[in-house]
Design a protein around this ligand. Structure first.
Ligand SMILES: NC(=O)C1=CN([C@@H]2O[C@H](COP(=O)(O)OP(=O)(O)OC[C@H]3O[C@@H](n4cnc5c(N)ncnc54)[C@H](O)[C@@H]3O)[C@@H](O)[C@H]2O)[C@@H](O)CC1
Ligand SMILES: Nc1ncnc2c1ncn2[C@@H]1O[C@H](COP(=O)(O)OP(=O)(O)O)[C@@H](O)[C@H]1O
Ligand SMILES: [K+]
Length: 476
Protein backbone atom coordinates (compact mmCIF):
# COMPACT_ATOMS: atom_id res chain seq x y z
CA UNK A 1 0.00 0.00 0.00
CA UNK A 2 1.28 3.44 -0.85
CA UNK A 3 1.58 6.04 1.84
CA UNK A 4 -0.26 9.34 1.74
CA UNK A 5 1.82 11.64 -0.45
CA UNK A 6 2.97 15.10 0.51
CA UNK A 7 -0.08 17.18 1.40
CA UNK A 8 -0.86 19.92 -1.10
CA UNK A 9 -2.81 23.11 -0.36
CA UNK A 10 -4.50 25.17 -3.05
CA UNK A 11 -5.58 28.77 -3.49
CA UNK A 12 -9.28 29.46 -4.08
CA UNK A 13 -8.54 30.45 -7.67
CA UNK A 14 -6.85 27.11 -8.36
CA UNK A 15 -9.92 25.33 -6.98
CA UNK A 16 -12.20 27.44 -9.14
CA UNK A 17 -10.18 26.56 -12.23
CA UNK A 18 -10.39 22.87 -11.36
CA UNK A 19 -14.15 23.11 -10.81
CA UNK A 20 -14.66 24.94 -14.08
CA UNK A 21 -12.66 22.31 -15.94
CA UNK A 22 -15.41 19.81 -15.14
CA UNK A 23 -17.81 21.81 -17.36
CA UNK A 24 -21.29 20.40 -17.03
CA UNK A 25 -20.61 18.80 -13.68
CA UNK A 26 -20.26 22.27 -12.22
CA UNK A 27 -23.06 23.84 -14.26
CA UNK A 28 -25.52 21.03 -13.51
CA UNK A 29 -24.84 21.15 -9.80
CA UNK A 30 -23.33 17.67 -9.74
CA UNK A 31 -20.25 18.93 -7.88
CA UNK A 32 -22.42 20.52 -5.24
CA UNK A 33 -24.48 17.33 -4.82
CA UNK A 34 -21.28 15.34 -4.38
CA UNK A 35 -19.95 17.88 -1.91
CA UNK A 36 -23.21 17.82 0.03
CA UNK A 37 -23.34 14.06 0.11
CA UNK A 38 -19.76 13.88 1.42
CA UNK A 39 -20.55 16.56 3.98
CA UNK A 40 -23.65 14.69 5.15
CA UNK A 41 -21.57 11.53 5.48
CA UNK A 42 -19.00 13.31 7.62
CA UNK A 43 -21.68 14.83 9.86
CA UNK A 44 -23.39 11.45 10.21
CA UNK A 45 -20.09 9.78 11.12
CA UNK A 46 -19.49 12.42 13.75
CA UNK A 47 -22.97 11.95 15.22
CA UNK A 48 -22.43 8.22 15.33
CA UNK A 49 -19.05 8.51 17.01
CA UNK A 50 -20.33 11.02 19.58
CA UNK A 51 -23.81 9.66 20.21
CA UNK A 52 -23.79 6.10 18.92
CA UNK A 53 -26.48 6.82 16.33
CA UNK A 54 -27.50 9.09 13.47
CA UNK A 55 -31.26 8.61 13.55
CA UNK A 56 -32.96 10.88 16.07
CA UNK A 57 -30.01 13.23 16.62
CA UNK A 58 -30.27 17.02 16.19
CA UNK A 59 -28.20 19.24 13.90
CA UNK A 60 -28.46 22.94 13.10
CA UNK A 61 -27.10 24.55 9.95
CA UNK A 62 -26.00 28.17 9.89
CA UNK A 63 -26.43 29.42 6.33
CA UNK A 64 -25.00 32.42 4.50
CA UNK A 65 -25.62 33.83 1.04
CA UNK A 66 -23.62 31.63 -1.29
CA UNK A 67 -22.81 28.13 -2.47
CA UNK A 68 -21.20 27.32 0.86
CA UNK A 69 -24.69 27.52 2.32
CA UNK A 70 -25.94 25.50 -0.65
CA UNK A 71 -23.63 22.64 0.29
CA UNK A 72 -24.90 22.74 3.85
CA UNK A 73 -28.59 22.89 2.86
CA UNK A 74 -28.34 19.93 0.46
CA UNK A 75 -26.43 18.02 3.14
CA UNK A 76 -29.17 18.95 5.60
CA UNK A 77 -31.73 17.38 3.25
CA UNK A 78 -29.72 14.16 3.14
CA UNK A 79 -29.40 14.07 6.92
CA UNK A 80 -33.11 14.77 7.32
CA UNK A 81 -33.88 11.68 5.23
CA UNK A 82 -31.64 9.69 7.55
CA UNK A 83 -33.80 10.66 10.48
CA UNK A 84 -31.82 13.59 11.85
CA UNK A 85 -33.78 16.56 13.19
CA UNK A 86 -32.22 19.30 11.06
CA UNK A 87 -32.91 22.98 11.45
CA UNK A 88 -31.35 25.93 9.66
CA UNK A 89 -30.64 29.51 10.69
CA UNK A 90 -30.51 31.79 7.64
CA UNK A 91 -28.17 34.71 8.28
CA UNK A 92 -29.17 36.29 4.94
CA UNK A 93 -32.72 34.97 4.43
CA UNK A 94 -33.30 36.63 1.05
CA UNK A 95 -30.09 35.34 -0.46
CA UNK A 96 -29.89 31.76 0.83
CA UNK A 97 -29.13 29.20 -1.93
CA UNK A 98 -32.58 28.76 -3.50
CA UNK A 99 -32.34 25.18 -4.76
CA UNK A 100 -30.62 24.06 -1.57
CA UNK A 101 -33.29 25.69 0.57
CA UNK A 102 -36.06 24.11 -1.47
CA UNK A 103 -34.48 20.66 -1.15
CA UNK A 104 -33.98 21.20 2.56
CA UNK A 105 -37.58 22.26 3.10
CA UNK A 106 -39.06 19.46 1.05
CA UNK A 107 -37.05 16.94 3.06
CA UNK A 108 -38.72 18.31 6.19
CA UNK A 109 -36.00 20.68 7.36
CA UNK A 110 -37.12 23.57 9.56
CA UNK A 111 -35.99 27.17 9.30
CA UNK A 112 -35.45 28.65 12.78
CA UNK A 113 -34.36 31.99 14.22
CA UNK A 114 -31.52 30.77 16.38
CA UNK A 115 -29.63 27.58 17.25
CA UNK A 116 -32.02 25.55 19.45
CA UNK A 117 -30.78 24.24 22.80
CA UNK A 118 -31.36 20.73 21.54
CA UNK A 119 -28.75 21.01 18.76
CA UNK A 120 -25.93 18.50 19.19
CA UNK A 121 -23.83 19.65 16.27
CA UNK A 122 -23.71 22.88 14.26
CA UNK A 123 -22.76 23.06 10.58
CA UNK A 124 -21.05 26.28 9.48
CA UNK A 125 -22.28 27.05 5.98
CA UNK A 126 -21.96 30.82 6.30
CA UNK A 127 -19.16 31.47 3.87
CA UNK A 128 -16.49 29.45 2.06
CA UNK A 129 -13.94 30.23 -0.61
CA UNK A 130 -15.28 33.71 -1.25
CA UNK A 131 -15.27 34.79 2.36
CA UNK A 132 -13.53 38.03 3.25
CA UNK A 133 -12.95 39.53 6.68
CA UNK A 134 -14.49 38.52 9.98
CA UNK A 135 -17.86 36.86 10.50
CA UNK A 136 -20.45 39.52 9.90
CA UNK A 137 -22.84 40.55 12.62
CA UNK A 138 -25.77 38.21 11.98
CA UNK A 139 -23.59 35.10 11.84
CA UNK A 140 -21.37 36.29 14.68
CA UNK A 141 -24.44 36.67 16.92
CA UNK A 142 -25.52 33.11 16.10
CA UNK A 143 -22.11 31.56 16.77
CA UNK A 144 -21.65 33.51 20.00
CA UNK A 145 -24.37 31.25 21.46
CA UNK A 146 -23.01 27.96 20.12
CA UNK A 147 -21.65 25.58 22.77
CA UNK A 148 -21.60 22.38 20.74
CA UNK A 149 -19.03 21.12 18.21
CA UNK A 150 -18.99 22.80 14.82
CA UNK A 151 -18.44 21.14 11.46
CA UNK A 152 -17.23 23.80 9.02
CA UNK A 153 -18.09 23.55 5.35
CA UNK A 154 -14.94 24.06 3.27
CA UNK A 155 -13.30 26.59 5.62
CA UNK A 156 -14.41 27.95 8.98
CA UNK A 157 -16.21 31.22 8.26
CA UNK A 158 -14.09 34.23 9.14
CA UNK A 159 -10.89 32.36 8.19
CA UNK A 160 -9.40 33.54 4.92
CA UNK A 161 -9.08 30.58 2.54
CA UNK A 162 -5.93 31.82 0.81
CA UNK A 163 -3.96 33.28 3.69
CA UNK A 164 -5.26 31.38 6.69
CA UNK A 165 -5.75 34.68 8.50
CA UNK A 166 -8.11 34.00 11.40
CA UNK A 167 -10.28 37.08 11.74
CA UNK A 168 -12.10 38.06 14.90
CA UNK A 169 -14.79 36.91 15.21
CA UNK A 170 -14.57 33.70 13.25
CA UNK A 171 -15.74 30.12 13.56
CA UNK A 172 -13.64 27.59 15.40
CA UNK A 173 -14.43 24.15 14.04
CA UNK A 174 -13.93 20.67 15.38
CA UNK A 175 -13.94 19.32 11.84
CA UNK A 176 -13.64 21.01 8.48
CA UNK A 177 -15.02 19.15 5.48
CA UNK A 178 -13.56 20.32 2.21
CA UNK A 179 -14.01 19.33 -1.40
CA UNK A 180 -11.63 17.96 -3.99
CA UNK A 181 -8.41 19.35 -2.48
CA UNK A 182 -7.13 21.13 0.61
CA UNK A 183 -7.21 24.92 0.85
CA UNK A 184 -4.22 26.94 2.07
CA UNK A 185 -6.08 27.90 5.25
CA UNK A 186 -6.14 24.25 6.27
CA UNK A 187 -2.36 24.28 6.61
CA UNK A 188 -2.00 27.74 8.10
CA UNK A 189 -4.92 27.83 10.53
CA UNK A 190 -5.01 24.32 12.02
CA UNK A 191 -6.49 25.46 15.32
CA UNK A 192 -9.49 27.06 13.61
CA UNK A 193 -10.03 24.19 11.17
CA UNK A 194 -9.68 21.24 13.52
CA UNK A 195 -9.51 17.89 11.72
CA UNK A 196 -9.71 18.35 7.95
CA UNK A 197 -11.55 15.81 5.82
CA UNK A 198 -11.33 15.94 2.04
CA UNK A 199 -14.34 14.72 0.06
CA UNK A 200 -13.59 13.52 -3.47
CA UNK A 201 -15.89 15.38 -5.89
CA UNK A 202 -14.00 14.48 -9.06
CA UNK A 203 -11.92 17.59 -9.61
CA UNK A 204 -8.17 17.77 -10.24
CA UNK A 205 -6.50 20.78 -8.70
CA UNK A 206 -3.04 21.52 -9.98
CA UNK A 207 0.05 23.56 -9.21
CA UNK A 208 0.06 23.72 -5.41
CA UNK A 209 2.72 26.03 -4.02
CA UNK A 210 1.99 25.37 -0.38
CA UNK A 211 2.74 21.87 0.83
CA UNK A 212 3.32 19.88 3.98
CA UNK A 213 5.65 16.90 4.32
CA UNK A 214 4.04 13.77 5.72
CA UNK A 215 5.81 12.01 8.60
CA UNK A 216 6.71 9.35 6.09
CA UNK A 217 8.27 11.93 3.75
CA UNK A 218 10.40 13.24 6.60
CA UNK A 219 11.45 9.75 7.69
CA UNK A 220 12.31 8.61 4.19
CA UNK A 221 14.29 11.74 3.44
CA UNK A 222 16.21 11.67 6.72
CA UNK A 223 19.92 11.04 6.15
CA UNK A 224 21.09 7.73 7.64
CA UNK A 225 24.45 6.02 7.33
CA UNK A 226 24.71 3.16 4.84
CA UNK A 227 27.34 0.49 4.12
CA UNK A 228 29.50 2.86 2.10
CA UNK A 229 29.15 5.83 4.45
CA UNK A 230 31.95 7.56 6.25
CA UNK A 231 31.74 10.53 8.57
CA UNK A 232 32.54 12.73 5.60
CA UNK A 233 30.07 11.33 3.10
CA UNK A 234 27.18 12.15 5.41
CA UNK A 235 28.11 15.79 5.59
CA UNK A 236 30.16 17.84 7.97
CA UNK A 237 28.33 20.76 9.51
CA UNK A 238 30.19 23.73 10.91
CA UNK A 239 28.62 25.54 13.87
CA UNK A 240 29.51 29.14 14.60
CA UNK A 241 27.50 29.90 17.69
CA UNK A 242 27.86 30.92 21.28
CA UNK A 243 30.31 33.24 22.90
CA UNK A 244 31.84 33.85 26.31
CA UNK A 245 28.64 35.63 27.17
CA UNK A 246 26.32 32.98 25.66
CA UNK A 247 28.16 29.65 25.71
CA UNK A 248 24.82 27.83 25.93
CA UNK A 249 23.90 28.72 22.35
CA UNK A 250 27.02 26.91 21.12
CA UNK A 251 26.16 23.85 23.19
CA UNK A 252 22.51 23.71 22.15
CA UNK A 253 23.20 24.30 18.48
CA UNK A 254 25.90 21.60 18.52
CA UNK A 255 23.53 19.30 20.39
CA UNK A 256 20.96 19.60 17.63
CA UNK A 257 23.56 18.99 14.95
CA UNK A 258 25.19 16.00 16.70
CA UNK A 259 21.85 14.33 17.29
CA UNK A 260 20.35 14.90 13.85
CA UNK A 261 22.77 13.03 11.62
CA UNK A 262 25.78 10.82 12.04
CA UNK A 263 28.28 12.81 10.00
CA UNK A 264 30.51 15.21 11.83
CA UNK A 265 30.15 18.51 13.64
CA UNK A 266 32.84 21.16 13.70
CA UNK A 267 32.57 24.06 16.08
CA UNK A 268 34.18 27.46 15.67
CA UNK A 269 34.05 30.01 18.46
CA UNK A 270 35.04 31.01 21.92
CA UNK A 271 32.81 28.45 23.64
CA UNK A 272 34.89 25.59 22.19
CA UNK A 273 36.05 24.17 25.52
CA UNK A 274 32.51 24.07 26.93
CA UNK A 275 31.14 22.52 23.76
CA UNK A 276 33.72 19.72 23.88
CA UNK A 277 32.90 19.16 27.55
CA UNK A 278 29.35 18.41 26.52
CA UNK A 279 30.07 16.71 23.21
CA UNK A 280 33.51 15.12 22.93
CA UNK A 281 32.67 14.13 19.35
CA UNK A 282 32.63 17.77 18.20
CA UNK A 283 35.83 18.91 16.51
CA UNK A 284 36.59 22.44 17.59
CA UNK A 285 38.68 25.34 16.37
CA UNK A 286 39.05 28.83 17.82
CA UNK A 287 38.61 30.56 14.47
CA UNK A 288 37.55 30.05 10.87
CA UNK A 289 41.09 29.66 9.54
CA UNK A 290 41.65 26.56 11.63
CA UNK A 291 38.19 25.09 11.07
CA UNK A 292 38.69 22.67 8.18
CA UNK A 293 36.19 21.82 5.47
CA UNK A 294 32.46 21.63 5.97
CA UNK A 295 29.49 20.90 3.71
CA UNK A 296 27.30 23.51 5.44
CA UNK A 297 27.59 26.27 8.01
CA UNK A 298 25.26 27.34 10.78
CA UNK A 299 26.10 30.83 11.92
CA UNK A 300 24.63 33.14 14.47
CA UNK A 301 23.05 31.76 17.65
CA UNK A 302 24.53 33.69 20.58
CA UNK A 303 27.44 34.68 18.36
CA UNK A 304 27.26 38.43 18.95
CA UNK A 305 26.56 41.39 16.71
CA UNK A 306 29.85 43.29 16.80
CA UNK A 307 32.29 43.97 13.95
CA UNK A 308 33.99 40.63 14.44
CA UNK A 309 30.63 38.89 14.07
CA UNK A 310 29.99 40.82 10.88
CA UNK A 311 33.37 39.87 9.50
CA UNK A 312 32.79 36.20 10.30
CA UNK A 313 29.34 36.29 8.71
CA UNK A 314 30.77 37.96 5.62
CA UNK A 315 33.43 35.25 5.25
CA UNK A 316 30.98 32.39 5.78
CA UNK A 317 28.49 33.79 3.28
CA UNK A 318 31.32 34.18 0.77
CA UNK A 319 31.87 30.40 0.74
CA UNK A 320 30.02 28.22 -1.74
CA UNK A 321 28.49 25.76 0.74
CA UNK A 322 24.93 26.04 2.10
CA UNK A 323 24.67 28.47 5.01
CA UNK A 324 22.01 28.77 7.70
CA UNK A 325 21.88 32.15 9.42
CA UNK A 326 20.03 32.44 12.74
CA UNK A 327 19.62 34.73 15.73
CA UNK A 328 22.47 37.27 16.14
CA UNK A 329 23.54 36.45 12.59
CA UNK A 330 20.16 37.73 11.40
CA UNK A 331 20.50 40.92 13.40
CA UNK A 332 23.83 41.57 11.72
CA UNK A 333 22.38 40.66 8.35
CA UNK A 334 19.56 43.16 8.80
CA UNK A 335 22.17 45.91 8.36
CA UNK A 336 23.90 44.15 5.47
CA UNK A 337 21.24 42.40 3.40
CA UNK A 338 23.55 42.54 0.37
CA UNK A 339 25.50 39.68 1.92
CA UNK A 340 22.65 37.30 1.08
CA UNK A 341 21.12 39.16 -1.83
CA UNK A 342 24.37 38.83 -3.73
CA UNK A 343 24.98 35.23 -2.67
CA UNK A 344 24.19 32.48 -5.17
CA UNK A 345 24.42 29.36 -3.02
CA UNK A 346 21.77 27.71 -0.84
CA UNK A 347 20.94 29.98 2.09
CA UNK A 348 18.45 29.42 4.87
CA UNK A 349 17.44 32.21 7.26
CA UNK A 350 15.53 31.18 10.38
CA UNK A 351 13.97 34.24 12.03
CA UNK A 352 11.44 34.41 14.81
CA UNK A 353 9.01 37.32 14.55
CA UNK A 354 11.38 39.88 16.08
CA UNK A 355 14.24 38.93 13.80
CA UNK A 356 11.85 38.91 10.87
CA UNK A 357 10.89 42.48 11.66
CA UNK A 358 14.53 43.53 11.76
CA UNK A 359 15.16 41.90 8.38
CA UNK A 360 11.98 42.95 6.61
CA UNK A 361 11.45 46.32 8.25
CA UNK A 362 7.99 45.25 9.37
CA UNK A 363 6.50 42.53 11.51
CA UNK A 364 5.09 39.46 9.75
CA UNK A 365 1.58 40.58 10.75
CA UNK A 366 -1.42 38.29 10.36
CA UNK A 367 -0.72 37.21 6.80
CA UNK A 368 2.41 35.25 7.58
CA UNK A 369 2.37 33.45 4.24
CA UNK A 370 2.66 36.65 2.21
CA UNK A 371 5.18 38.02 4.67
CA UNK A 372 7.55 35.06 4.49
CA UNK A 373 7.25 34.84 0.72
CA UNK A 374 7.96 38.55 0.41
CA UNK A 375 11.12 38.38 2.48
CA UNK A 376 12.38 35.25 0.72
CA UNK A 377 11.85 36.92 -2.62
CA UNK A 378 13.44 40.21 -1.55
CA UNK A 379 16.56 38.53 -0.18
CA UNK A 380 16.80 35.70 -2.70
CA UNK A 381 17.10 33.21 0.17
CA UNK A 382 14.95 30.56 1.79
CA UNK A 383 13.25 31.93 4.88
CA UNK A 384 11.94 29.82 7.75
CA UNK A 385 9.53 31.84 9.88
CA UNK A 386 9.21 30.25 13.31
CA UNK A 387 6.12 29.71 15.37
CA UNK A 388 3.67 26.96 16.21
CA UNK A 389 3.04 26.89 12.49
CA UNK A 390 6.42 27.20 10.82
CA UNK A 391 6.58 28.42 7.23
CA UNK A 392 9.56 27.77 4.99
CA UNK A 393 9.50 29.79 1.77
CA UNK A 394 11.80 29.66 -1.22
CA UNK A 395 12.47 32.87 -3.15
CA UNK A 396 10.17 31.61 -5.93
CA UNK A 397 7.22 31.36 -3.53
CA UNK A 398 7.07 27.60 -2.90
CA UNK A 399 6.30 27.04 0.74
CA UNK A 400 6.51 24.07 3.10
CA UNK A 401 4.42 24.34 6.24
CA UNK A 402 4.90 22.52 9.53
CA UNK A 403 2.33 22.57 12.29
CA UNK A 404 4.14 21.74 15.53
CA UNK A 405 0.92 20.37 17.00
CA UNK A 406 2.16 21.39 20.48
CA UNK A 407 3.86 24.40 22.02
CA UNK A 408 6.46 22.89 24.33
CA UNK A 409 9.23 24.31 22.14
CA UNK A 410 8.33 27.86 23.18
CA UNK A 411 11.33 27.93 25.50
CA UNK A 412 14.68 29.75 25.48
CA UNK A 413 17.31 28.05 23.39
CA UNK A 414 14.90 25.88 21.42
CA UNK A 415 15.74 27.87 18.30
CA UNK A 416 19.44 27.06 18.70
CA UNK A 417 18.60 23.36 18.67
CA UNK A 418 16.48 23.86 15.54
CA UNK A 419 19.29 25.55 13.66
CA UNK A 420 21.69 22.74 14.61
CA UNK A 421 19.28 20.13 13.27
CA UNK A 422 18.58 22.04 10.06
CA UNK A 423 22.28 22.73 9.53
CA UNK A 424 23.10 19.03 9.77
CA UNK A 425 20.42 18.31 7.17
CA UNK A 426 21.84 20.99 4.86
CA UNK A 427 25.28 19.40 5.21
CA UNK A 428 23.76 16.06 4.24
CA UNK A 429 22.55 17.60 1.00
CA UNK A 430 18.90 18.43 1.64
CA UNK A 431 17.61 21.61 0.04
CA UNK A 432 17.10 24.56 2.39
CA UNK A 433 13.32 24.29 2.16
CA UNK A 434 13.18 20.57 2.91
CA UNK A 435 15.93 20.80 5.52
CA UNK A 436 14.03 23.56 7.30
CA UNK A 437 10.67 21.79 7.18
CA UNK A 438 12.04 18.39 8.17
CA UNK A 439 14.02 19.95 11.02
CA UNK A 440 10.90 21.78 12.22
CA UNK A 441 8.92 18.51 12.21
CA UNK A 442 11.51 16.59 14.21
CA UNK A 443 12.04 19.54 16.54
CA UNK A 444 8.32 19.76 17.32
CA UNK A 445 8.07 16.03 17.85
CA UNK A 446 11.14 16.06 20.08
CA UNK A 447 9.57 18.81 22.16
CA UNK A 448 6.41 16.77 22.56
CA UNK A 449 8.27 13.57 23.49
CA UNK A 450 10.56 15.37 25.92
CA UNK A 451 7.74 17.27 27.57
CA UNK A 452 5.35 14.37 28.00
CA UNK A 453 2.91 16.82 29.56
CA UNK A 454 5.25 19.06 31.56
CA UNK A 455 7.38 22.06 30.58
CA UNK A 456 10.91 21.47 29.32
CA UNK A 457 14.11 23.34 28.66
CA UNK A 458 15.93 23.27 25.36
CA UNK A 459 18.50 20.71 26.62
CA UNK A 460 15.78 18.14 27.10
CA UNK A 461 14.38 18.98 23.70
CA UNK A 462 17.80 18.32 22.16
CA UNK A 463 18.05 14.98 23.95
CA UNK A 464 14.74 13.92 22.43
CA UNK A 465 15.83 14.57 18.83
CA UNK A 466 16.96 10.94 18.40
CA UNK A 467 13.78 9.43 19.85
CA UNK A 468 11.86 11.76 17.54
CA UNK A 469 13.70 10.56 14.44
CA UNK A 470 13.25 6.98 15.62
CA UNK A 471 9.52 7.40 16.10
CA UNK A 472 9.12 8.94 12.64
CA UNK A 473 11.01 6.02 11.13
CA UNK A 474 8.61 3.66 12.88
CA UNK A 475 5.69 5.19 10.96
CA UNK A 476 4.43 2.74 8.37
N1 LIG B 1 -19.34 25.94 -7.42
C1 LIG B 1 -19.61 24.68 -7.09
O1 LIG B 1 -20.29 23.90 -7.78
C2 LIG B 1 -19.12 24.19 -5.85
C3 LIG B 1 -18.99 25.08 -4.80
N2 LIG B 1 -18.72 24.62 -3.59
C4 LIG B 1 -19.00 25.47 -2.42
O2 LIG B 1 -19.16 26.80 -2.79
C5 LIG B 1 -18.41 27.64 -1.95
C6 LIG B 1 -18.12 28.92 -2.65
O3 LIG B 1 -19.37 29.50 -2.90
P1 LIG B 1 -19.56 31.02 -3.36
O4 LIG B 1 -18.66 31.30 -4.49
O5 LIG B 1 -21.00 31.22 -3.56
O6 LIG B 1 -19.03 31.85 -2.16
P2 LIG B 1 -19.26 31.77 -0.58
O7 LIG B 1 -20.39 30.89 -0.23
O8 LIG B 1 -17.94 31.50 0.01
O9 LIG B 1 -19.62 33.30 -0.25
C7 LIG B 1 -20.84 33.83 -0.69
C8 LIG B 1 -21.05 35.25 -0.26
O10 LIG B 1 -20.78 35.42 1.11
C9 LIG B 1 -20.58 36.80 1.36
N3 LIG B 1 -19.52 36.98 2.36
C10 LIG B 1 -18.20 37.16 2.13
N4 LIG B 1 -17.55 37.29 3.29
C11 LIG B 1 -18.47 37.18 4.27
C12 LIG B 1 -18.39 37.23 5.67
N5 LIG B 1 -17.22 37.42 6.28
N6 LIG B 1 -19.51 37.07 6.40
C13 LIG B 1 -20.69 36.87 5.77
N7 LIG B 1 -20.83 36.83 4.44
C14 LIG B 1 -19.73 36.99 3.68
C15 LIG B 1 -20.18 37.42 0.06
O11 LIG B 1 -21.10 38.41 -0.24
C16 LIG B 1 -20.17 36.27 -0.93
O12 LIG B 1 -20.71 36.67 -2.13
C17 LIG B 1 -17.22 26.81 -1.60
O13 LIG B 1 -16.58 27.26 -0.44
C18 LIG B 1 -17.86 25.45 -1.43
O14 LIG B 1 -18.40 25.35 -0.12
C19 LIG B 1 -18.86 23.19 -3.39
O15 LIG B 1 -20.21 22.93 -3.43
C20 LIG B 1 -18.19 22.43 -4.48
C21 LIG B 1 -18.80 22.75 -5.76
N1 LIG C 1 3.98 28.67 20.57
C1 LIG C 1 4.82 27.82 19.97
N2 LIG C 1 4.40 26.57 19.65
C2 LIG C 1 5.23 25.70 19.08
N3 LIG C 1 6.51 25.97 18.76
C3 LIG C 1 6.99 27.19 19.05
C4 LIG C 1 6.17 28.17 19.67
N4 LIG C 1 6.90 29.28 19.85
C5 LIG C 1 8.13 29.01 19.36
N5 LIG C 1 8.18 27.75 18.88
C6 LIG C 1 9.36 27.10 18.28
O1 LIG C 1 10.41 27.11 19.25
C7 LIG C 1 11.62 27.57 18.67
C8 LIG C 1 11.98 28.90 19.33
O2 LIG C 1 13.03 29.51 18.66
P1 LIG C 1 13.54 30.96 19.03
O3 LIG C 1 12.41 31.92 19.12
O4 LIG C 1 14.64 31.27 18.09
O5 LIG C 1 14.10 30.77 20.50
P2 LIG C 1 15.58 30.94 21.08
O6 LIG C 1 16.17 32.12 20.40
O7 LIG C 1 15.39 31.17 22.56
O8 LIG C 1 16.28 29.68 20.80
C9 LIG C 1 11.34 27.61 17.18
O9 LIG C 1 11.65 26.37 16.60
C10 LIG C 1 9.85 27.87 17.11
O10 LIG C 1 9.27 27.42 15.91
K1 LIG D 1 -17.90 27.69 6.13
Amino acid sequence: MGHPPIKRYFAAEQIRVAEEATGRLLADGVLMRRAASGLAGAVAAELRSRHGAVYGRAVTLVIGSGDNGGDALFAGAVLRRRGVAVSAVLTAPDRAHAAGLAAFRSAGGRVVDGVPDTAELVVDGVVGLRGTGPLREAAAAVFAQVRVPVVAVDVPSGVDADTGVVHDPSVRAEITVTFGARRIAHALAPAACGRVEVVDIGIDADGARVEMLSDRDVAEGWPLPGPASTKYTQGVVGVIAGSDRYPGAGILCSAGAVAATSGMVRYVGSAAATVVDHFPEVVVAPDLDGAGRVQAWVVGPGAGTDDAALELLRRVLATDVPVLVDADGLTVLAHHPELVVERHHPTLLTPHDGEFERLAGRSPGHDRLSAVRGLASALGATVLLKGKVTLVADPGGEVLVNDAGNSWAATAGAGDVLSGIAGALLAAGLSPRVAGAAAARVHALAADLAADGAPIGASELARAVRPAVRSLRAVR
